[in-house]
Design a protein around this ligand. Structure first.
Ligand SMILES: [Zn+2]
Length: 389
């Protein structure tokens, strides 16, 4: 028996696509957790639904994606001794998390066999257990000297698809890093790099030359984590890189705006993606992606509907995920939100462009309602409701 979800009375539908960010639709249908149809309710077959959500006129967007996190195990991080940080993040509208390395694991193995074993285990434990339903793509080994091509093949064969940030391990030179990134890419493993100054004791500086020589798929926290590179190096990276330009919450806000403005001048806004880099020294950021969207939209003069694309569709495309876009066959992962109570502006998008956070009223993952009114965002004007199911 297939499961049918109908979401009606959607006030506004954001697509995640910069080229067409707002869809003319008030209804969406998902079958077995995948997006099937959207459009005007009168044109769609809404009969026989197992679950009906009355959106009450609020905005629906593809679930937000955090491109840069450092998970360890389950919904616990030893970094700040914090429980349920992933559940809190879901309450911030984020439905997918991508690991940049499980670097906060106490006693993290640094020998080759040990780091491979941990990466494979981390990939497995988050595949087998989704905290509050959130999709955590983890198992991102931090490269160390001594790794050979066969190690990357072994990792890929075992299901590893990501590499931790280059620079967090002992490999600090561009030549060795480039070789390992090339091996990783050969076997379908996506790579990222720690751009900027050291984050915590033990990590090091990675400058623009090293980023360019290494050639990762993502320029990890181009605005630093937290110490950013000098302006000329950030501009150089924006000019030279075809890779994703990742801006993080746990970074330098001024450098974030420099990246945004430079990318816009170069016509490269489609390369801008967002992460939190949490848990980190600055803590966990349950509203981090929403805060980045509001910050970039307001101070960077980006229409809010475009800024939302940085936090879902752009990341989905850069990282080849089947979520984050309103697209037939894509996962039915959504955030429903409305203008926060007493936030200035005439609409949700206007209020965000004025620097305010939206109020999250519901999250849905794989066609299943996961949360109602957020316990973390400011309260929304209107709240969606499950009417059948
Ligand atoms: Zn980093």
């Amino acid at each position: 028996m297939s499961q049918k979800l109908v979401i009606k009375n959607i006030g506004q539908m954001l697509s995640g696509k910069m080229e067409d960010p707002i869809l003319d639709a008030d209804c969406l249908i998902a079958i077995d957790g995948k997006i099937a149809q959207w459009g005007k309710e009168r044109d769609l077959d809404c009969d026989g639904a197992d679950t009906v959500v009355d959106a009450k006129g609020v905005t629906l967007a593809p679930g937000l994606i955090d491109s840069h996190i450092h998970p360890v195990v389950g919904d616990y991080t030893p970094r700040q001794q914090q429980l349920h940080w992933i559940d809190s993040t879901l309450n911030g509208g984020v439905t997918t998390l991508i690991s940049a390395g499980e670097v906060h694991m106490p006693g993290r193995p640094k020998d080759v066999v040990g780091l491979k074993a941990m990466a494979i285990a981390a990939q497995r434990w988050y595949e087998n257990f989704r905290p509050s339903g959130v999709k955590v793509h983890a198992g991102a080994p931090v490269i160390e000297h001594g790794m050979e091509e066969q190690d990357f093949k072994d990792l890929a064969d075992a299901g590893v698809t990501l590499m931790g940030e280059v620079g967090l391990g002992t490999v600090k030179d561009g030549k060795t890093a480039r070789q390992m990134v090339d091996w990783a890419r050969k076997y379908g493993i996506q790579s990222t790099i720690h751009t900027g100054g050291p984050s915590i004791p033990g990590s090091g500086l990675i400058d623009a030359d090293m980023v360019l020589e290494t050639g990762t798929d993502v320029v990890g926290h181009i605005n630093g984590g937290h110490s950013a590179l000098p302006d000329d190096q950030i501009i150089c990276l924006c000019e030279s890189c075809k890779a994703a330009l990742e801006i993080v919450h746990n970074g330098n806000e001024r450098a974030a705006l420099l990246t945004l403005n430079t990318a816009r001048e170069l016509g490269k806004l489609d390369q801008v993606i967002l992460g939190t880099d949490g848990p980190a020294g600055s803590g966990v950021q349950p509203l981090g992606i929403l805060r980045m969207i509001a910050m970039l939209s307001s101070l960077g003069n980006v229409p809010a509907e475009i800024a939302f694309c940085f936090g879902n569709g752009n990341t989905a495309r850069q990282r080849k995920l089947d979520t984050g876009l309103i697209e037939a066959g894509f996962c039915a992962d959504f955030v429903l939100m409305d203008q926060a109570q007493h936030a200035p502006g005439n609409t949700l998008l206007e209020s965000v462009q004025l620097g305010n956070l939206p109020g999250v009223g519901m999250t849905i993952i794989d066609g299943v309602v996961r949360t109602g009114r957020s316990r973390n965002t400011p309260p929304a004007n209107r709240l969606p409701e499950v009417v059948t199911g």
